[in-house]
Ligand binder design. Structure first.
Ligand code: SF4
Length: 414
C-alpha cells in the first residue's frame, strides 16, 4: 500500500507557492487532507519571528504525539533543522533548493539533513492551484537589504530573479486553465530584474498582455523600489488598486536603527502620490523594536497619522538570534509594544472604513468561497466583500454597484 503524506504550510505566499511545487513533485505517495490520515507529515515552515518558530515547534510536537513521521522544509529547516533533528523531533529536513527532490527524500529510511544551496533559482513552475481562485506566481527569491532585525537573507539567500520566459509561460498556462487573478510574490519582490537587466515594471507590462489576465496583485514592495517606470503603470486597469509598501516604521531615527533603506520624508510623498490615484495602501510596521523610546514612538505615531494607510500588517518586535537587533540593549517591554500595535491598528481600521465609505465606483469582486450564508471575495482595493446570493458565485468576477459599508467589511446582495 502506498504511504500517505500530509503537507502543512506555515508563513507567506512564497511558502504557499513552494508547497505547490512540493505537491506536484510527490509521485509515489498519496496526498491526504488531514494529519490523522497521514503516515508522513511534511512541515513547510516559516522562521520570520520567534512566534513563527514556536508555531512550527508546537505543531511538530502535536503530530509527534500522534506517532507521525515528520519532515521539515521551508525557512525553519535552515534555521532550526539541525536542532530539531538532534532532539529527534523530526526524521529529516531539506532546504528550499531541494524541494523538487521531495519524492526521493520521502522514501529515505535513514535520517537526513539537506540544507541545499542558498543561491538556487527554481526551475519548476506550478500549473494549477486547485484550492485557490487566484494563482500565486513566484518571480524572485532572496533579499540583499539586511534590515537589522531580519533573518530572511540568512535563510533565503541573496536576491535573484526567476527566468522571465518561465514566468510568462506559467502565467499563459494558468490563464488558459481559467485563472484571471495573479498574485506576484517573492522574498523582496521589487528587486526582480536587478540581476537580469529587467525590472518589475517591465515584467508587469508583459504579463498584462497575456490573454485572460484580468488583475495583477503584488506582494510587498519596498518604498525605494517604486521608481518612475513603476509609477507610470499606476493608471493601468489591470493593476490591483491596492499596493502593500513596507515602511516598518515612521520615525526617521528608528528607520536608521533598523538599518532600513527608506527615508520617512520620501515615504510620505510616495504614499500621498499613490493614494491620490485612488489606491488603497497597506504597510508593515514593527512596534517595540529595541531603541523605540517614548520620544521616538510619539514622533512615529504623529507621522503615522499623516500616512493614508488603509491596511496594516503590524507585529511586535520579536528577537531573532544572529541579527544586529538582537544585540541592541535598549529593549521595549512586550506589553508596551502590544499597546502601541493596538493604537496603530485602531487608526488603520478607521482609515479603512472611511476609504470604503468614500468609494464611488463599482466594486470588482473575485468570489473565493462560501462562508455561512455569504459568499466572500476581495475587491480591487483588497477589501473583503460578503455577498448574499442564491447563485453559486465561486471563481466568478462580480461587479457590485450597491453595497453596505460596515466596520469589518462591505456587504452586498445579488
Ligand atoms: S527587506 Fe528587510 S525585512 Fe524584508 S526580507 Fe529583506 S532584510 Fe528582511
Amino acid at each position: 500500500m502506498r504511504k500517505r503524506v500530509f503537507l502543512k504550510t506555515f508563513g507567506c505566499r512564497t511558502n504557499i507557492y513552494d508547497s505547490n511545487i512540493m505537491l506536484q513533485n510527490i509521485k509515489d505517495f498519496d496526498i491526504v487532507d488531514c494529519e490523522e490520515d497521514a503516515d508522513i507529515i511534511v512541515v513547510n515552515s516559516c522562521t520570520v519571528t520567534n512566534g513563527a518558530d514556536s508555531s512550527a515547534r508546537s505543531y511538530i510536537n502535536s503530530v509527534n504525539k500522534m506517532g507521525k513521521k515528520v519532515i521539515l522544509a521551508g525557512c525553519g529547516a535552515i534555521s532550526k533543522g539541525d536542532e530539531l533533528l538532534k532532539s529527534d523531533k523530526i526524521f529529516g529536513y531539506f532546504g528550499h533548493s531541494e524541494k523538487s527532490k521531495i519524492n526521493q527524500l520521502l522514501k529515505s529510511d535513514k535520517k537526513f539533513a539537506q540544507k541545499g544551496d542558498l543561491s538556487f533559482v527554481d526551475s519548476d513552475v506550478v500549473e494549477d492551484f486547485s484550492s485557490y481562485t487566484k494563482a500565486f506566481i513566484k518571480i524572485q527569491e532572496g533579499c540583499d537589504f539586511n534590515c537589522s532585525y531580519c533573518i530572511i537573507p540568512m535563510v533565503r539567500g541573496r536576491a535573484r530573479s526567476m527566468d522571465e520566459k518561465r514566468i510568462l509561460a506559467q502565467i499563459e498556462k494558468l490563464a488558459l486553465n481559467g485563472y484571471g487573478e495573479f498574485v506576484l510574490s517573492g522574498t523582496n519582490l521589487g528587486s526582480y530584474g536587478k540581476d537580469t537587466n529587467s525590472s518589475i515594471a517591465k515584467l508587469l507590462k508583459k504579463i498584462s498582455q497575456i490573454k485572460g489576465v484580468k488583475r495583477i496583485r503584488l506582494g510587498s514592495l519596498e518604498p525605494v523600489q517604486i521608481d518612475d517606470e513603476f509609477k507610470e503603470l499606476l493608471d493601468e486597469s489591470w493593476i490591483e488598486k491596492h499596493l502593500h509598501i513596507a515602511l516598518q516604521h515612521t520615525s526617521e531615527k528608528m528607520l536608521r536603527i533598523m538599518r532600513r533603506r527608506n527615508i520617512l520624508k520620501d515615504d510620505l510623498n510616495l504614499f500621498e502620490l499613490i493614494a491620490d490615484k485612488g489606491f488603497s495602501l497597506g504597510t508593515d510596521f514593527i512596534t517595540g523594536h529595541p531603541g523605540e523610546s517614548e520620544q521616538i514612538w510619539s514622533e512615529a505615531l504623529k507621522n503615522f497619522k499623516s500616512f493614508p494607510i488603509t491596511h496594516l500588517h503590524a507585529f511586535t518586535f520579536s528577537k531573532r538570534d544572529h541579527t544586529h537587533s538582537a544585540t541592541i540593549k535598549e529593549t521595549v517591554a512586550g506589553d508596551i509594544a502590544k499597546e502601541r500595535l493596538k493604537i496603530l491598528e485602531e487608526i488603520v481600521k478607521n482609515n479603512n472604513f472611511k476609504f470604503r465609505k468614500d468609494i464611488k465606483k463599482p466594486l470588482l469582486v473575485l468570489v473565493e468561497e462560501s462562508r455561512g450564508e455569504n459568499q466572500v471575495g476581495y475587491d480591487q482595493f483588497f477589501n473583503k466583500v460578503y455577498i448574499k446570493s442564491d447563485l453559486d458565485l465561486k471563481k466568478e468576477w462580480i461587479s457590485v454597484e450597491e453595497f453596505e459599508v460596515k466596520m469589518d467589511a462591505n456587504y452586498a446582495r445579488l
